[in-house]
Write a new protein. Structure first.
Length: 282
């Protein structure tokens, strides 16, 4: 049975791009007699708000979308993330990183630094120091080289049956658990997709670069891999992307303007967008 999911972060109201992703994931699942699951990605407690969670429920119902089972709330799943991180620790595939943002910015702008690198490896070979970890804020990073030595470069299947393979440069020492949260995006995503039985991840093309690291984590944690459907993004007709931080027009505002949510969902399923919006080139 196919299982898809919609996993928004409650850091603002949903916009048309979110609606397209939710409608598409729901359509793919229901069209094949499958399930559509809902997840609230609220690990960033500094930006997430309860009123935005309520807004997600309101917007989905306005679009005529239902979901199966209980809503998965990431902030309630600390134990599951810690268990996954502990497994990676037991394999010696993670290391504590004490770098601040200022430290990383300085390292990446040094004369011999790699401006393209996401992390310069500053803490990778530090000795194991429980006392320092107990007294100093730190995150946990994946040791990508050890991980690749153990599991090899991952591959994945796209919804059109293409098999894509990761390149070495696609995978770095990503953060798995932040200083202020039990998990970061990549670890929480693969653990939660597995918990919900997701068999096809439907999400925007902008998240395709996340797939290699998430497939690697699935292999390391012994999690079955889903297929992936990375869909086109929606933007303004002038080519600008929709983004919460840029105050993109929200579904709530469209509703207040009298837009029919059920009709909008039907249009999105047919690939038709309201005036002023367009699909962006990949």
């Amino acid at each position: 049975m196919i299982v898809t999911r919609f996993a928004p972060s409650p850091t603002g109201r949903l916009h048309l791009g979110h609606a397209f992703s939710a409608v598409l994931g729901h359509w793919v699942a229901r069209g094949q007699g499958g399930q559509f699951r809902l997840r609230i990605e609220d690990l960033d407690q500094t930006r997430c708000r309860p009123e935005f969670v309520d807004g997600i429920y309101e917007d989905l119902r306005w679009l005529g979308l239902d979901w199966d089972g209980d809503v998965l709330i990431q902030s309630q799943r600390t134990a599951e993330y810690e268990a996954a991180l502990d497994r990676l620790k037991s394999l010696r595939l993670v290391f504590a990183c004490f770098c601040t943002r200022a430290d990383l910015a300085q390292a990446l702008t040094a004369p011999h630094g790699d401006a393209m690198a996401s992390y310069p490896g500053t803490c990778r070979y530090l000795p194991n120091d429980p006392e320092r970890r107990a007294s100093t804020p730190h995150c946990w990073r994946l040791d990508s080289q050890k991980a690749l030595d153990l599991a090899g470069l991952p591959a994945w299947v796209e919804s059109d049956a293409r098999v894509l393979s990761a390149m070495p440069g696609d995978i770095g020492d990503v953060i798995l658990a932040r200083k202020d949260a039990p998990a970061a995006y990549h670890l929480a995503c693969v653990v939660d997709d597995a918990a919900s039985g997701v068999t096809m991840v439907v999400r925007g093309e902008d998240l395709r670069p996340s797939t290699p690291i998430q497939r690697l984590l699935q292999n390391l944690l012994g999690i079955d891999q889903p297929a992936y459907l990375h869909h086109a993004l929606i933007g303004h007709a002038d080519g600008r992307r929709l983004a919460k931080r840029d105050q993109a027009p929200t579904l709530a505002a469209m509703r207040e303007d009298g837009v029919d949510g059920l009709a909008l969902a039907d249009d999105l399923r047919a690939g038709e967008l309201p005036l002023g919006f367009a699909f962006l080139d990949a």
